[in-house]
Design a protein around this ligand. Structure first.
Ligand SMILES: [Zn+2]
Length: 412
């Protein structure tokens, strides 16, 4: 965006705070002097802001660090004990709600799977999620939990807070998610497409390995989406629907898709389609699920392995298109489809992509299967909230805490 407005002093202050928090988060622990050298801020500015942060409880001192010339300095880090955020993942057939500290570490998690015979409507599901969130807020205190992030399947029209289409789950079509949570909860809830949330989580995990690379995280599950990170920020597009690679055409005469197009990637490489490829279109009614297919692949069932291999080849074709459009540095593939046999997936996709793109482009590409511990989409939802807090900490820390006179919260 072109900077065409002046910047007032209070805004500068908040920008410097944000810069320091984000660098400190990435470093984990460091000295004030090192932060000054990283950010180019004057040491006095860093010291002043850190004094506020210590008062607010967002940063903590963590013992001594050995510096150059034998000097020792006090290390600082993000305080994991004072504030919390809630992460929520809404998927086609389940939801998860977790509590996280400001370093993105998960404290609690609850997952609820919808039973096949149940057909909850959108309002039911949202009420359940809001109830879970209220339980956490009651337990940990309202001025401790600063915000929540929620990852949703897509295409998600970010500017309208609305999910435009979830293949096989029409109930979400006209629900304004933001309006619902604004009405029901006292904390801000930030919505993000699930692949974008997964991309955030992987970017955080890479820490030093990620600077200004272009990273694409592909969530290949019941749907397929890509989160695209450029310069540390998610690339969203005009309405916020960028990265909808599930509806990229890989065969123009192919299978029809609920989006109106034909031959969409999702119809060949999603976990729902893999189950159908193995058990036929009646799979859902017969109660067959992805876990059955996953188990059979692990047990070496050749028919299932062949179906999986074909799905991975299709995903590889989708990735060729992504590489040609975006030319990313890093591609990470995760979610359900990466679980049954990550080694086979990696081999098949690498071969397909290498054959389909220019040799020079292949040389510059790092392609891997996610080895993320835990659910990156749930953690990513929490990180979306943390990132917003770090963007503008003065707006999130309760005014009473900013005034000082902090008491440490009681442990439960
Ligand atoms: Zn489609």
């Amino acid at each position: 965006m072109v900077q065409n407005r002046g910047i007032n002093q209070d805004v500068t202050q908040e920008m410097n705070r944000s810069l320091l928090l984000k660098n400190l988060r990435r470093e984990g622990m460091c000295s004030r002097a090192y932060l000054a050298s990283l950010t180019g801020l004057k040491q006095a500015t860093v010291t002043n802001i850190m004094k506020d942060f210590l008062n607010w409880g967002i940063v903590t001192e963590v013992g001594f660090l050995n510096g150059s010339k034998g000097r020792r300095s006090i290390g600082v880090s993000i305080n994991p004990d004072r504030y919390r955020v809630i992460g929520v993942r809404l998927a086609r057939k389940h939801y998860s709600v977790g509590l996280f500290d400001l370093t993105g570490t998960q404290i609690t998690k609850k997952r609820v799977d919808f039973k096949p015979e149940e057909q909850p409507d959108a309002e039911d599901i949202l009420n359940q999620i809001a109830a879970e969130m209220r339980i956490l807020m009651k337990k940990y205190g309202k001025d401790t939990i600063l915000a929540a992030g929620m990852a949703v399947p897509g295409p998600f029209i970010a500017k309208k807070n609305r999910i435009a289409l979830i293949t096989g789950a029409d109930i979400w079509k006209d629900v304004d998610l933001k309006k619902f949570f604004d009405r029901e909860l006292d904390i801000p809830v930030f919505l993000e497409h699930n692949a974008n949330a997964g991309a955030y989580a992987h970017m955080w995990d890479l820490k030093d390995a990620y600077r200004d690379d272009i990273l694409v995280y592909i969530a290949a599950g019941q749907g397929i989406g890509a989160g695209i990170v450029m310069d540390g920020k998610i690339y969203k597009g005009a309405l916020g629907t960028s990265g909808e690679i599930g509806h990229m055409t890989i065969d123009r005469n192919g299978k029809p898709c609920a989006c109106g197009n034909k031959g969409c990637l999702e119809r060949y490489a999603s976990s729902l389609e893999l189950v159908k490829a193995v058990y036929g279109d009646q799979a859902g009614r017969l109660g067959c699920n992805f876990e059955d297919v996953e188990r059979r692949i692990r047990e070496g069932d050749q028919f299932c392995i062949d179906c999986y291999q074909r799905a991975c080849e299709s995903l590889g074709i989708g990735i060729i298109n992504i590489v040609n459009v975006i030319n990313p540095d890093i591609i990470i593939i995760g979610d359900d489809m990466a679980r049954p046999d990550p080694e086979r997936m990696e081999t098949v996709i690498r071969e397909t992509v290498r054959e389909g793109i220019l040799a020079d482009v292949w040389e510059g590409l790092t392609l891997s299967i996610s080895t993320y511990q835990g659910d990156p989409i749930l953690t990513g939802a929490a990180i979306v909230a943390i990132d917003r807090i770090f963007d503008s900490p003065g707006q999130f820390i309760p005014a009473t805490n900013q005034a000082g006179a902090l008491e440490s919260p009681s442990d439960e």
